[in-house]
Design a binder for this molecule. Structure first.
Ligand SMILES: NC(=O)c1ccc[n+]([C@@H]2O[C@H](COP(=O)([O-])OP(=O)(O)OC[C@H]3O[C@@H](n4cnc5c(N)ncnc54)[C@H](OP(=O)(O)O)[C@@H]3O)[C@@H](O)[C@H]2O)c1
Length: 297
């Protein structure tokens, strides 16, 4: 599979596998290792995590699985995120924490859970209204200097969040991980995708299939989008509407990197087999139009 360059010394597989739903897959560590190896055979080398996934348990399950075959580590890129703090017995309300101390301690925790010495890409998970960007800079510089994190980025950042943070940083931001799908156009409309083009960074795309609603949604909008995807599927001779969604993402000039969220190998193969398709403008806008519910002005 082709790769995509995020920095001079950081290349991702064109399709990333995300572990948000890992607990739903019901895999033990042996099954997880086998699944990861099969994904790597398909060419997926980049794996997306967050400290909070599975209520703070997913990184550890992944780390235990990988411990059985340590030689895999240098063949893969690990992405993880921090700054969301879940409510718990000790924490009365969910909040964000981008303090220097919290970022550094969560990275150290992720390294322990993932059983690795370094993280390839650390993302701040959500914009934090209380952020002191000077503290974030100090955390990033320290983590890089200590060899604990190779590169940094953000997630769910609007242009104003991104620009504010960037001004204070001594290390570059290499991506913004955001939600985009034919059912979620907001990041096209609020300037976030344009910002990625302006900064010449490739956005990582979460929930590209709208978390499965592309197939199962029964609202008017979801039905309209599904019908348009079926028309384009027949046009291009694709096997499924999932492939059309991924082709729609690949047809955008930002070089979008979809994160697939399935534990089923056949589903994981779809964004890969879709790499051969590009949509015409007419096909692309057919899907856009179905989503917004009226023709473009
Ligand atoms: N940065 C953030 O704030 C953020 C937020 C959310 C997610 N993420 C990342 O993005 C990743 C992907 O998100 P997502 O899981 O919502 O992605 P998604 O691909 O939009 O949704 C995955 C769901 O769609 C189903 N599915 C996938 N392919 C299918 C197919 N061909 N036919 C039928 N159903 C199919 C899966 O079913 P099965 O479960 O049956 O496989 C799964 O339930 C996450 O794992 C995480 O790494 C990041």
């Amino acid at each position: 599979m082709e790769t995509i360059k995020l920095a001079d010394d950081l290349e991702f597989s064109r399709v990333v596998l995300g572990f948000w739903r890992l607990l739903d897959w019901g895999m033990d560590r042996n099954e997880l290792l086998r699944f990861v190896e099969k994904c790597m055979d398909l060419g997926i080398t980049t794996f997306d995590h967050a400290d909070i996934y599975g209520n703070y348990t997913v990184e550890s399950l992944f780390g235990e699985a990988m411990l059985q075959k340590p030689s895999l580590r240098e063949k893969m890129e690990i992405v993880t995120k921090c700054d969301i703090v879940y409510a718990s017995e000790m924490v009365r309300v969910k909040y964000y924490d981008t303090s220097e101390e919290y970022i550094v301690s969560q990275v150290e925790r992720s390294l322990r859970e993932l059983r690795t010495d370094y993280i390839d890409l650390l993302l701040l998970h959500r914009p934090d209204p209380l952020m002191n960007p000077e503290e974030v800079n100090r955390a990033f510089v320290k983590l890089k200097k200590d060899g604990k994190v190779r590169h940094f980025g953000v997630s769910n950042y609007k242009p104003q969040d991104y620009r504010m943070l960037e001004v204070y940083l001594e290390v570059p931001l290499v991506t913004n991980q955001v939600e985009v799908s034919p059912l979620q156009l907001e990041n096209f409309e609020n300037g976030t995708i344009n910002l990625c083009m302006e900064k010449k960074i490739h956005p990582m795309i979460w929930s590209p299939l709208a978390g499965g609603r592309i197939f199962s949604g029964d609202s008017e909008k979801e039905q309209r989008v599904k019908k348009a995807l079926e028309v384009v599927r027949d046009d291009i001779g694709a096997d499924s509407i999932a492939q059309v969604v991924f082709a729609w993402l690949y047809s955008h000039p930002a070089g979008m990197i979809p994160i697939t969220g399935s534990g089923i190998l056949d589903y994981v193969s779809e964004p890969i087999s879709a790499l051969k398709y590009r949509l015409t403008r007419e096909q692309w806008f057919m899907i856009w139009t179905a989503s917004i519910g009226h023709k473009v002005p």
